[in-house]
Design a protein around this ligand. Structure first.
Ligand SMILES: C[S@@+](CC[C@H](N)C(=O)[O-])C[C@H]1O[C@@H](n2cnc3c(N)ncnc32)[C@H](O)[C@@H]1O
Length: 344
């Protein structure tokens, strides 16, 4: 797995503003029209929303981070009446769009993961290079990474590191966390990073810090990032008008697998009723039409200007007329570590 966006030095005067990734490609994928309604499920620094507004669109922009929503006030003022900013989670984007007065929308964009601002503000605890409380919450509520490492059992912690970080030393690291916390729980980023570097040092030729995978895993667990992603895709399916587009930018293989599988399942037509065996239930009609099989990647120019774009992938598809489908258990299984027998 690629560990996603890297870290950049902090510019004087505060964190660097987030540079939108695959911006032109995502906006093209949505094919926005003046007067159309679009949901930007991951407002961040507003790069996608600004581009949609500049094309004359009406935008409902969502972010779970109160700092991102507060930072959007100047953009809302600039495009008065056309930008609705909502603090919330994109898994509820259909309910949020309805509450904003839209029963259906023409496009949904999701640019998942963390923003540069979140990564670069040390106190938020996402970075393993600057000392800070082990927080990692994108929003100001819920359990922090320190809470998980203090309260969860060893097997749960190992599963988080293994499944969400693809960390081969997951058991060794989890054992050390649970042994050490009897005297000193893990509460700071550098404390955790130093322990991981000690018990599971970098493999020969490995360029990333040995704690990178564990930090990514904890971030995904703290924010239920994969559950949110699947929820966001399903919510888009419920609110998109026929012909509306869904465009999703992901940053690592766990995310991309969910988007790829979701689109593949929703776009597969199923067998014609005449070919079903007697008693075999009819498969639901496709809710999306795929736009090409291969994801769109950043070009050389974007990669040299913005190294954080290096693992980005864009996939998009167009909504059909068919009614939304039910939850897909196989997709849900991609969003969480498998439950072990006997574990609550
Ligand atoms: C990669 S940034 C988006 C950057 C944005 N496209 C731009 O051009 O500035 C991701 C943003 O999505 C937000 N986010 C992540 N998961 C979310 C969720 N489940 N619901 C709402 N916002 C979320 C994060 O707080 C962050 O601000």
């Amino acid at each position: 797995m690629n560990a996603g966006r890297g870290e950049s030095p902090i510019a004087a005067g505060g964190p660097a503003r987030h540079v939108p990734v695959l911006l032109a490609e995502t906006v093209d994928a949505l094919a926005p029209r003046a007067g159309g309604v679009y949901v930007d499920g991951t407002f961040g620094a507003g790069g996608y929303s600004r581009a949609l507004l500049a094309r004359g669109a009406q935008v409902v922009a969502i972010d779970r981070d109160p700092a991102a929503i507060a930072g959007g006030a100047p953009l809302a003022a600039e495009f008065s009446g056309r930008l609705t900013l909502v603090e919330g989670r994109f898994a509820a984007l259909d309910a949020i769009a309805r509450a904003a007065g839209f029963v259906a929308v023409d496009g949904v964009a999701l640019d998942v993961g963390v923003s540069s601002m979140q990564l670069d503000v040390a106190e938020r605890g996402f970075s393993l290079r600057r000392d800070a409380p082990l927080d990692m919450r994108m929003e100001a509520k819920g359990r922090s990474a320190a809470d998980i490492l203090r309260d969860d059992d060893e097997a749960t912690i190992a599963d988080i590191l293994y499944v969400f970080g693809e960390e081969r030393a997951a058991r060794r690291i989890a054992r050390a966390i649970v042994a050490d916390r009897k005297t000193a729980p893990y509460v700071s980023t550098l404390q955790l990073a130093a322990m991981i570097a000690r018990v599971a040092p970098a493999r020969p030729g490995e360029a990333i810090h040995p704690a990178t995978r564990s930090f990514q895993a904890l971030r995904i667990a703290v924010n239920d990032e994969l559950g949110q992603l699947l929820g966001g895709l399903e919510a888009a399916e419920r609110i998109l008008a026929p012909g509306g587009r869904l465009a999703v930018v992901t940053f690592h293989s766990l995310e991309d697998r969910i988007v790829k599988f979701f689109f593949a399942r929703r776009a597969s037509r199923g067998r014609a009723a005449s070919r079903l065996l007697p008693g075999e239930p009819a498969q639901p009609a496709s809710t999306f039409r795929l736009a090409g099989g291969q994801p769109i990647r950043p070009g050389e120019a974007e990669l040299s200007a913005n190294p954080r774009a290096r693992s980005a992938k864009l996939r998009f598809a167009e909504r059909t007329q068919a009614p939304p489908q039910a939850r897909d258990i196989e997709l849900v299984a991609l969003t969480a570590p498998p439950a072990r027998p006997g574990r609550g």
